[in-house]
Design a protein around this ligand. Structure first.
Ligand SMILES: [Ca+2]
Ligand SMILES: [Ca+2]
Ligand SMILES: [Ca+2]
Ligand SMILES: [Ca+2]
Length: 378
């Protein structure tokens, strides 16, 4: 019997049908896998991609908000924060997040004025920064022995919510708790004299906060161990009104006797008329120091207060100046010596500055710190 189909090597019809069926099942499976994979890699404009980018932007914002020294802006659509040096140049960093208020506009992050601007969220339907705040207040002696309070708002936490689409589906949000409760201030001018004062940029807006009054080069030989042996006058820069409430802390000493030593000239509320206030120290021949705080009227300086028989060496001074009521509170070596009314006059010739200088005798400053902002409550 010949093996009729022994050499047969083709497929039967049944085998062919089964093969085609298996191949088509496999093809479908492979196609599905490819489809799934392509869905997993978001396209440039997909909602998932926008959410991912916004989440990354919020993660960075969250990180930056952890280390805020102070806020200079805190509204529902804009926030300006000052954080410690991040790029190693020794200056703080100013970071601003803002949204125009128009649906579809980006959330913009600006670094140090306008050094670096980027749209961290390409398109937002809405952006909402909300803050929980604490009022931190300190009592001081007002006119007539009454009590007043100097109040600064401090940020305890910030809640950020960004709506990415017109529905209520694609939202990103984060909450940041501030363990150090940074204050909200309008402006800060401070000097510790550890580095060249005319390169100091405490508010990190890219503009030096102080300059020499005559635009000469600052003599760094006048700095020793964080103390300035006063040379050429320093003035705040650029021009600033010092309106509202101005609080100034300084540590200064008169170093040679017989005449006026270190002087702080504070031209308060310089927009039109304001108070040209001076605070200065004199080293007496008996080795004590006298503090004078004076006002200015028609070309003449008049003492508002003098504090006698202060010890030699550094004196701690704090001034709270309220331009709404033309009053100045004076505290010397942590003793509140009262509040006084000062005269207002045209400040056009005085300049919108705080000026640090010395009289005919020598003077030194250890630090000067000026906070513009806060309120006085009575
Ligand atoms: Ca820096
Ligand atoms: Ca600055
Ligand atoms: Ca110092
Ligand atoms: Ca000097």
């Amino acid at each position: 019997m010949s093996p009729k189909k022994a050499h047969y090597s083709g497929f039967t019809l049944i085998e062919m049908v089964i093969s085609v069926a298996i191949i088509s099942i496999l093809m479908t499976a492979i196609a599905s896998a490819i489809l799934l994979t392509s869905k997993a890699i978001p396209s440039q404009d997909s909602p998932g991609d926008a959410a991912l980018k916004a989440t990354k932007a919020l993660a960075r914002l969250n990180e930056e908000l952890q280390s805020v020294r102070f806020f200079t802006e805190a509204t529902s659509t804009a926030m300006t924060i000052i954080v410690p040096d991040q790029n190693g140049d020794g200056d703080a960093e100013q970071i601003r997040y803002s949204w125009s208020g128009t649906a579809g506009d980006p959330l913009v992050r600006t670094l140090n004025g306008s050094v670096n601007t980027e749209n961290v969220v390409a398109s937002a339907q809405s952006v909402d920064f909300s803050y929980s705040m604490d009022d931190v207040s300190e009592l001081f002696t007002d006119l007539g022995g009454e009590t007043a309070r100097l109040v600064f708002r401090h940020v305890r936490s910030v809640y950020v919510r960004i709506k990415l689409d017109t529905g209520d589906v694609n939202n990103v949000e984060t909450a940041i708790l501030h363990l150090n409760s940074p204050p909200i201030l309008d402006a800060v001018h401070e000097l510790d004299f550890d580095t060249n004062p005319v390169t100091t940029d405490a508010d990190a807006n890219g503009i030096a906060d102080w300059s020499t009054a005559d635009s000469s080069v600052f003599d760094t030989a006048t700095l020793t161990d964080g103390v300035w042996d006063v040379g050429t006058d320093l003035v705040t820069s650029p021009q600033y009104d010092f309106g509202g409430v101005t609080t100034l802390w300084a540590r200064m000493a008169a170093t040679t006797s017989g005449n006026v030593g270190p002087i702080i000239r504070l031209n308060v509320d310089s927009a039109v008329t304001g108070g040209p206030i001076s605070a200065w120290l004199k080293l007496e021949t008996d080795g004590t120091q006298t503090l004078h705080v004076s006002e200015h009227t028609g070309g003449t300086r008049t003492d508002l207060i003098t504090a006698n028989r202060l010890p030699a060496g550094f004196i701690d001074l704090r001034l709270i100046v309220d331009s709404a009521t033309d009053r100045i509170n004076v505290r010397v070596n942590n003793v509140d010596i009262g509040t006084y009314s000062f005269n207002r006059e045209n400040l056009a010739t005085f300049g919108k500055v705080v000026r640090l200088r010395e009289g005919a005798a020598g003077g030194r400053f250890d630090f000067v710190r000026i906070y513009s902002g806060g309120t006085v409550k009575r």
